[in-house]
Design a protein around this ligand. Structure first.
Ligand SMILES: Cc1cc2nc3c(=O)[nH]c(=O)nc-3n(C[C@H](O)[C@H](O)[C@H](O)COP(=O)(O)OP(=O)(O)OC[C@H]3O[C@@H](n4cnc5c(N)ncnc54)[C@H](O)[C@@H]3O)c2cc1C
Length: 479
């Protein structure tokens, strides 16, 4: 973390520039802003360039607006309010700093290439005017910026575990905020309808209270069974905290502490907690990859797979997006995505594998569709997930591991509960045909015939990959 050298008078305000850290509790950068009793101005910049980006999905904007409204309510309870300004952060942040006389601006370090460029530009303008931008490293447990590249998940996991065994710091104190009467002028938070959002986009309850309730419910009721139940998409066995973690509505330290406390209270929950913490470590792994190899945002991490051909057809992509491929697990997954703006992890793997290895479509098509639709859509995790499935990422699954959507369904959704929930056309089918409806004596009405034959397409995929010459382990030619 850079140190702030300028001497500040105790009453001079500091600005905390909120981005994907929309909380007051356990917030190190916020605590830094308020160090020594400095009153803090809570600033959020509504950047039209981000709102208009094609990868900015409506459900994520809906979550963001609700989380901002919740943050503003929490600040008002403390006699302050959220200052909202519309515009480019490069212009807005230095302007608000000049208006308020704040010489220190704090924020949480971002890892995406465009956010890094933005932060460097804002820091330059601030510094040119005798101010500074102080960044904390708290979006993850590890700080990729101060670590060498972590090329395997095992290496990441070992670092992650060693931070845990050193013990987490206590929750950072919430500072005092500048009173409402002294705040710089604020724009109004737009109503969801002003940004063209529909009621169907707003199905996730956002904000610290809602997220904390999700966390408590999960660790209290489901953490203990997580290791065994996490792969069953029909059981609601995972935490659904990914949007809260994406927007920093909960700090990662808070969720880890909650899991560790649960194990203290109920030691039998240990294996579930261990598995869950491992999942959290994947965030660190994928963000570290994006930080050290920003080119993965558009290119395969594995150089030897950058020429992989993608002969798939456009109408197959459309059938996949609509959940009309004729493969029940794939279709259930894609319909869950369309309706809930969420998808179970196992189903993300099945749907992604089907797009890449059965339909032979470029993983970037799937990545773009997911990030637009998902309420937790996240460049690092989504790109990491797609490159893992496509065998193009660091420490990815080997290219020849091709998920069979029928066997995956029969293994992970044996009762067919998940498929029947999302694909009503299959509800009347005898159980044994739920995952292979084309074998039923009477094909279900309104449900498509399968658009490809998995057994055949699997061989085509193997041929396409082998022609690029990846080693069976899929190791990279990177130095
Ligand atoms: C193709 C593909 C695309 C994905 N896209 C995203 C995405 O855009 N955003 C996103 O947050 N996750 C993504 N994931 C990872 C994972 O599917 C979701 O994080 C998880 O399903 C969220 O549900 P949960 O909160 O109930 O997870 P839980 O099982 O409760 O896990 C706890 C937390 O750990 C993190 N996590 C879990 N699994 C992973 C993983 N494989 N990679 C990174 N972090 C993980 C998430 O923050 C999650 O909230 C993707 C996975 C795949 C295979």
């Amino acid at each position: 973390m850079p140190t702030h050298r300028t001497q500040l008078s105790p009453m001079e305000p500091a600005i905390h520039w909120f981005r994907r850290d929309l909380r007051l509790f356990d917030h190190q950068a916020l605590a830094k802003a308020g160090e020594g009793g400095r009153p803090v101005i809570a600033l959020f910049v509504l950047d039209p360039a981000i709102l208009q980006r094609p990868d900015t999905g409506a459900s994520r904007v809906a979550y963001l607006l609700e989380a901002l409204a919740s943050l503003d309510r929490d600040l008002r309870r403390r006699g302050s309010a959220l200052v909202i300004r519309r515009g480019s952060p490069r212009a807005v942040v230095p302007t608000v700093a000049a208006e308020s006389g704040a010489r220190l601006v704090t924020a949480v370090r971002a890892f995406e290439p465009s956010a890094r460029t933005r932060d460097e530009a804002v820091a330059r303008v601030l510094e040119a005017n005798g101010r500074s931008l102080w960044l904390s490293a708290e979006q993850l447990l590890l700080d990729p910026a101060s670590l060498p590249p972590l090329r395997t998940f095992g290496a990441c996991r070992r670092r992650f575990d060693s931070v845990l065994s050193d013990g987490l710091p206590p929750a950072a104190p919430t500072p005092a905020f500048l009173g409402v009467g002294s705040l710089p002028q604020s724009d109004r938070l737009p109503a969801p309808s002003e940004l063209g959002l529909l009621r169907t986009d707003r199905i996730w309850e956002a904000g610290e209270r809602a997220a904390d309730h999700r966390l408590r419910t999960f660790v209290g009721q489901r953490l203990g069974d997580y290791a065994t139940a996490r792969d069953d998409p029909g059981a609601d066995a995972t935490s659904r905290l990914s949007p809260d973690l994406h927007f920093g509505v909960l700090s990662v330290r808070t969720v880890i502490r909650a899991a560790l406390d649960a194990v203290q209270a109920v030691p039998i929950a240990a294996s579930g907690a261990r598995r869950w913490l491992e999942q959290l470590a994947w965030r660190d792994f994928f963000s570290s990859t994006l930080w050290h190899f920003p080119e993965v945002a558009t290119l395969e991490y594995k150089v030897e797979l950058r020429n992989l051909p993608w002969p798939g057809a456009a109408d197959a992509l459309e059938a996949w997006k609509q959940g009309m491929t004729g493969y029940p697990m794939v279709d259930a997954a894609m319909r869950q995505l369309r309706t809930e703006h969420f998808m179970h992890n196992r189903c993300r793997m099945i749907a992604a594998s089907f797009l890449v290895k059965d339909l032979h479509l470029d993983w970037r098509h799937g990545e773009r569709h997911f990030v637009r639709e998902l309420v937790d859509g996240d460049l690092a995790n989504n790109n990491g997930g797609w490159q893992w499935v496509a065998a193009t990422g660091p420490d990815a699954q080997p290219y020849f591991r091709i998920l069979n959507p029928v066997l995956q369904g029969e293994t992970h959704d044996p009762s067919g509960a998940y498929v029947r929930r999302w694909v009503p056309e299959l509800r009347g089918l005898p159980d044994r045909y739920t995952h292979r409806p084309w074998e039923a004596p009477l094909p279900p009405t309104g449900y498509p015939r399968r658009i490809v034959d998995h057994a055949r397409e699997r061989l085509v995929a193997l041929e396409l990959y082998r022609a690029c010459g990846p080693s069976p382990q899929g190791s990279s030619v990177r130095s």
